[in-house]
Design a protein around this ligand. Structure first.
Ligand SMILES: Cc1cc2nc3c(=O)[nH]c(=O)nc-3n(C[C@H](O)[C@H](O)[C@H](O)COP(=O)(O)OP(=O)(O)OC[C@H]3O[C@@H](n4cnc5c(N)ncnc54)[C@H](O)[C@@H]3O)c2cc1C
Length: 380
């Protein structure tokens, strides 16, 4: 069982039901989702019915009332089965907390229950063609006009947007105030005049996870959809939420490295080269020993980080450290595992190739690893 002071028998039971759900409801469809570049809508309803989304949201809003382990378990089980790209975590553990922590009562009542039921799917849009790492440099504007705001701008790489009815959009309410001029808006996109969903971008990995361009041309958003009801709080809200988002990215990295090591041990025991099993070469065992050690250290670091997060003792520097270290070191371990597969490790539909391509994202998204090191460096 997972080594953690906060991990209980109830978590282990939850893990069993998550695995069963993923094997029966997601695995059979994953190839089709990858081809179409997005998940089916109805999987959200099924996931909600089983209690696998919004696991941390309060039961007052239809959520599971769980902790970060519930989120980690869903992502770990997905990743072990090679389904890391499914975006349940984004909706449940990255976006729902914005509304639950910062939303007005009316916003929580309006959005969290249908999100918990899987009826409203969500995305979050910060990144723009001209501003990713430099979030303060976004140029999307929100201009107040009576009881509405008018949103104009463009976003890119937005995950989950193809199915989303609700998008949390970062926009400037005061162009001259830097970070203090950024606000977050809850934008209902269905039938919104001036809103256009752009291309679903083609990626090297995470293919069942859609990544879209969004265009806003004077989109009318009711003033009551300003998150928390006060302008200028968006940057602080984003910065406060990023440590958890980064910890969640670490979960995927570690689970994927663990699975890659297991799969590669099995492969090298089967593969015969020069008349003997690949694993019988000392180089193979050394490489696997290194990869397994990396995965083991990463697991201990991750579990401790999750526990510290649950205890309320996990800050922005902790989030930056666990994110860069696990995504970089686990990716290196996966790369070594791929090497041991020879040419089969370069084939599109092999599991190790997919892990390699999917996990490459970890060093870029959620703030690049260079930005993580910069954040840590500033505290020294
Ligand atoms: C598949 C995918 C899904 C995504 N999903 C979402 C989403 O749902 N919502 C969302 O808002 N965004 C999303 N993103 C965007 C992601 O967060 C950004 O791509 C990321 O933050 C980097 O921004 P950028 O692409 O503009 O790169 P840039 O900021 O242009 O960075 C380019 C390079 O410059 C380096 N660099 C930048 N600044 C510095 C510095 N100060 N010091 C040293 N080096 C620096 C970076 O580390 C990087 O190597 C997604 C991206 C991808 C690829």
């Amino acid at each position: 069982m997972t080594q953690s002071v906060h991990y209980t028998a109830e978590h282990e039971l939850f893990r069993t039901s998550v695995r069963r759900f993923l094997e029966s409801e997601c695995l059979p469809h994953i190839d089709r989702w990858r081809t179409q570049g997005k998940m089916d809508r109805d999987i959200w309803l099924k996931a909600a019915a089983g209690g696998f989304i919004c696991t941390k949201v309060s039961p007052d809003y239809g959520g599971g009332g769980g902790d970060l382990w519930h989120c980690a378990i869903v992502l770990e089980e997905q990743t072990r089965l090679g389904l890391a790209e499914l975006t349940f975590y984004l909706h449940s553990d990255i976006i729902a907390p914005y509304i639950e922590l910062y939303g007005t009562d009316a916003q929580k009542q309006r959005y969290l229950p249908p999100m918990s039921r899987g009826e409203v799917i969500t995305a979050i849009a910060m990144t723009e063609p001209g501003a990713g790492s430099d979030l303060q440099g976004i140029s999307t504007r929100a201009r107040r006009e009576g009881d509405h705001y008018l949103l104009t701008g463009q976003k890119v790489f937005i995950s989950n947007a193809q199915n989303a009815e609700l998008i949390v959009v970062a926009a400037k309410t005061d162009a001259d105030a830097g970070g203090k001029g950024i606000s977050l808006f809850l934008v209902e996109t269905q039938g919104a005049e001036g809103f256009r969903l752009g291309r679903n971008l083609k990626k090297i990995g995470c293919k069942a996870q859609d990544s879209s361009e969004l265009f806003f041309d004077n989109v009318r958003v009711p003033a009551e959809n300003l998150l928390g009801g006060v302008e200028g709080r968006g940057f602080v809200q984003l910065v406060q939420r990023l440590p958890e988002e980064r910890l969640i990215m670490a979960v995927s990295a570690v689970a994927s490295a663990e699975a890659a090591v297991e799969e590669t041990i099995a492969y090298t025991k089967e593969r015969i080269v020069f008349g003997q099993r690949l694993i019988d070469f000392q180089n193979t065992r050394f490489k696997l020993a290194e990869a397994k050690t990396t995965a083991t250290i990463a697991r201990a670091y991750l579990n401790r980080s999750i526990d510290r997060f649950i205890e309320g003792d996990f800050d922005a520097t902790d989030g930056a450290m666990v994110k860069w270290w696990t995504t970089e070191r686990c990716f290196q371990a996966i790369d070594e595992c791929l090497q041991l597969h020879g040419g089969y490790g370069y084939m599109q539909d092999s599991s190790i190739t997919r892990r390699y391509a999917d996990m490459r994202l970890g060093r870029i998204a959620g703030g690049t690893n260079e930005i993580m090191k910069d954040l840590i460096g500033r505290t020294l």
